[in-house]
Ligand binder design. Structure first.
Ligand code: FAD
Length: 331
């Protein structure tokens, strides 16, 4: 990922897209078709594949990562969590990622699994957990120890602070800061943020990192995480889960149209366009990137990318590939 970022022109913008593994075979077929369309039409710099906490989606995450990296030729970043996971599952995931040609891992702590889905795999893991991994930094160190520089490692950060059951009172970026410094020093190559709508919180957060006395955040890519608004209900649920604030003016605009799904999506795209355009105007160390939590959906993110001129031009080889794949012989 960072090699690709560094090879872009200095004033270029880039973006990445997140996908999660579907539960069913049919879901996989549909997603693969969608991914094929999206990768040709939108040309993300890279895609990321989520990992169910505790390894609950291990097989399916690797299956999706294989589709992205191998079948579709997309630069793929595999999310990997480390709590409630056996060391052998972590080793297997990293080994398999390497075999698949995946060079990027988003190293995360993870939460306790939230539901009973993927129960078979979860049961297999029972009794095989370990205490080696408590925080994401433990995974960053482990990957560096086992694999040297083979993997480009991303880590998570929280512009509005992080809150969980282990210390719910600490939803404060200042509380997380020393741990983020250590996590970055341990070997992170890029930082990807939790989703947010409060762009002022991101501004403050990014400035705080860039100016930090340790100097570790001076040039590291800090990629803001943005979630296209798919529906009023999904928005309320995800903001609740992620603790992202919805600024009052945005809420008012969405509240006015909340009975009409199409209008919610339209206003949602306008809101995301404004956030992207605002971030684009901020002074940037290096190329400016954006990460989109797609929820495996295509339309809203495509509109935002188009409106904000984030889709990179098609290169000659891409054009030839598209022409070849859509020639009558291949239909
Ligand atoms: P850490 O960096 O370990 O930090 C977690 C919290 O602990 C922070 O508040 C930090 O300040 C604190 N902390 C860190 N070290 C210490 C210490 N030594 N002592 C005391 N406190 C400490 N979850 C999934 O299950 N699957 C995914 O695919 C997934 N993808 C994600 C992608 C992104 C971009 C983001 C932002 C989050 C993602 N998550 C995912 C959620 C993530 O696993 C949770 O938010 C988790 O609770 C924290 O993970 P972390 O890697 O930030 O943890």
């Amino acid at each position: 990922v960072t090699d690709k970022i560094n090879s872009l022109p200095n004033d270029a913008h880039y973006f990445s897209l997140e996908f999660f593994p579907p539960k069913t075979t049919m879901g996989f077929v549909n997603l693969q078709n969608r991914l094929e369309r999206m990768s040709q039409a939108l040309r993300p710099l890279f895609v990321t594949v989520t990992w169910g906490a505790g390894g609950s989606t291990a097989t399916k995450s690797l299956e999706l990562a294989e589709i992205c990296q191998r079948k579709l030729g997309l630069t793929t970043c595999l999310h990997l969590t480390c709590t409630n996971m056996s060391r052998s599952l972590i080793d297997d995931a990293l080994d398999q990622a390497k075999v698949l040609g995946i060079r990027n891992i988003l190293a995360l702590r993870g939460d306790a699994p939230r539901s009973e889905e993927y129960r078979d795999e979860a049961q297999l893991l029972e009794g095989d957990s370990n205490n080696d991994f408590t925080w994401a930094i433990d995974l960053v160190k482990y990957i560096r120890k086992q694999y040297g520089d083979y993997f480009c490692i991303g880590v998570a950060a929280y512009p509005e602070g992080h809150s969980d059951e282990s210390h719910p009172e600490h939803q404060d970026p200042l509380f997380d800061l020393p741990y983020l410094v250590e996590k970055t020093k341990a070997g992170a190559d890029f930082i990807m943020t939790q989703l947010f709508f409060d762009v002022e919180a991101f501004d403050k957060f990014e400035t705080m990192l860039r100016e930090h006395e340790s100097g570790v955040f001076k040039t590291i890519p800090i990629i803001p995480g943005l979630m296209p608004i798919q529906s009023y209900q999904i928005l309320r649920r995800t903001t609740q889960l992620s603790h992202a604030k919805l600024p009052a003016d945005m809420l008012t605009r969405l509240d006015k149209v909340k009975g009409d799904d199409e209008l919610v999506k339209k206003v949602g795209v306008e809101i995301l366009d404004e956030i992207v355009e605002h971030i684009k105007t901020r002074p940037s160390t290096g190329r400016r990137g954006f990460h989109f939590y797609t929820l495996n959906l295509e339309k809203a993110v495509s509109h935002i990318l188009e409106d904000c001129h984030l889709i990179p031009p098609m290169f000659m080889e891409d054009e030839e590939a598209v022409t070849a794949s859509s020639s009558p012989g291949n239909l």
